[in-house]
Design a protein around this ligand. Structure first.
Ligand code: SF4
Length: 409
């Protein structure tokens, strides 16, 4: 099974016909490299945490460059090509040579997947048929609201009726997933109900609701909080209730990020599966497990079923994957034992974390834990409950093995 990712470059907001009002890249400042799981042990900053995460592209790549990349990547693949995914920092629908790009990809004769588009760049509804005949099989489409005027105002879509018509035509034939960032007071309530009804009638497979983040501790790590001054916010619990309520209105798959997926019982579906929990290794050493405020109570509950050696400590950041060194600096070192495990995807360089955690003179061992202990709404959308439970079982087993291997006796 060989998959090809086609990176077209582009800058969020700037290569999207202007910023959507809620775009997480709005006001983003150029920040120094965070450090991450891909950095070399002695060098903080790699291509991923310096450029990719911040979507620091110069603009869209021209088609010649994209074609060159495709050719080079194809040579590295073995086996039949099973899927082509278009990705980038800008919106594919705004790519200036979009139809030429699709024709080029169609010649590879594999299903095409557009990982993300707002549709703002499409001005002709017939592009839907062109995409279908060219082999597009799946697309994630940002909607915000099915009311064209709301879409025009908050997404700055100059042709919202056309974008919605394209979505509708695509959903009648291929797999379409819709994404909605929820701005309380603007596209929740009756607007959301109407949008869900519209999407269901169109034949959309699933909807991902995304809680709007407006503060650093909610995950805005590019120095750009707030995105919308004075915007009313939802707590994580309020947002999860909205996701459950939305699910009760429709037969479509509904998931929310950061919480929750009502069909699968995620995140941390494993907590309701005593037989699976019994199969996890027992904890017989002692370590701190650092995480975000959303995951902390779940992780503590699950690990406590396998022993008392794990101290789960939440930093002041809701999402564990978006923890940075500043969050670690704010921790009370007297709470930390000699072994500390960070979330696998935290934006932290291990050597720097070791320095921070040894500032009180006690040398601590700092490790990176498994990359995933559960799946967020975007990931779980394409999973079955068994897939999810296997992922969680693998994640927690790896975490406990790490505690037992490196923890204090
Ligand atoms: S389309 Fe996406 S990346 Fe572009 S401005 Fe809107 S939210 Fe940002």
């Amino acid at each position: 099974m060989a998959q090809l990712t086609v990176d077209i470059g582009g800058r969020p907001g700037l290569d999207c016909r202007g910023f959507c009002s809620y775009c997480y890249f709005k006001h983003a400042r150029e920040v120094p490299p965070f450090g991450c799981r891909y950095c070399l042990p002695f060098t903080k900053g790699c291509e991923y945490c310096t450029r990719s995460v911040q979507e620091r592209y110069a603009g869209f790549k021209d088609l010649k460059e994209v074609a060159g990349d495709i050719l080079a990547n194809l040579q590295l693949l073995s086996g039949d090509l099973t899927r082509i995914t278009i990705s980038g920092g800008g919106d594919p629908s705004c790519y200036p040579e979009f139809t030429d790009l699709i024709e080029l990809l169609a010649s590879l004769e594999a299903p095409i997947h557009i990982g993300y588009t707002s549709g703002k760049g499409f001005d002709d509804p017939d592009i839907a048929e062109f995409l279908i005949t060219s082999g597009l099989s799946e697309i994630s489409f940002t909607v915000f609201a099915a009311d064209p005027e709301i879409r025009r105002k908050y997404m700055h879509d100059p042709t919202p009726e056309v974008s919605l018509e394209i979505l509708k035509r695509l959903a009648g034939t291929i797999d379409v997933y819709a994404a909605l960032v929820i701005l309380p007071g603007i596209n929740d309530g009756d607007i959301l109900k109407d949008t869900i009804r519209w999407l269901e009638n169109a034949g959309v497979k699933g909807v991902i609701l995304m809680r709007f983040a407006n503060e650093t501790n909610q995950g805005l790590i590019l120095g750009n909080a707030p995105i919308i001054e004075g915007q009313r916010m939802q707590s994580v619990e309020e947002f999860a209730s909205l996701v459950r309520l939305t699910k009760s209105l429709t037969t479509m798959r509904i998931s929310g990020t950061p919480l929750c997926d009502p069909d699968l019982g995620s995140p941390f579906a494993i907590q309701h599966e005593p037989d699976i929990l019994d199969k996890l290794p027992k904890i017989h050493k002692h370590a701190a497990v650092i995480t975000g405020t959303v995951a902390a109570p779940f992780i503590q509950e699950i690990l406590s079923k396998r022993g008392s050696g794990a101290d789960v400590i939440a930093v002041n950041k809701e999402i564990a994957d978006l923890i940075t060194i500043d969050d670690l600096k704010a921790l009370d070192l007297s709470l930390l034992p000699g072994t500390v495990i960070l979330p696998g995807r935290a934006f932290v360089h291990l050597a720097e974390a070791e320095d921070v955690f040894s500032a009180d003179g006690k040398i601590r061992t700092v490790l990176r834990g498994p990359e995933m202990l559960t799946a967020d709404g975007e990931t779980s959308m394409g999973m079955t409950r068994d897939d999810l439970l296997s992922l969680e079982m693998a994640g927690f087993s790896a975490l406990i093995i790490l505690i037992n291997q490196y923890g204090e006796a």
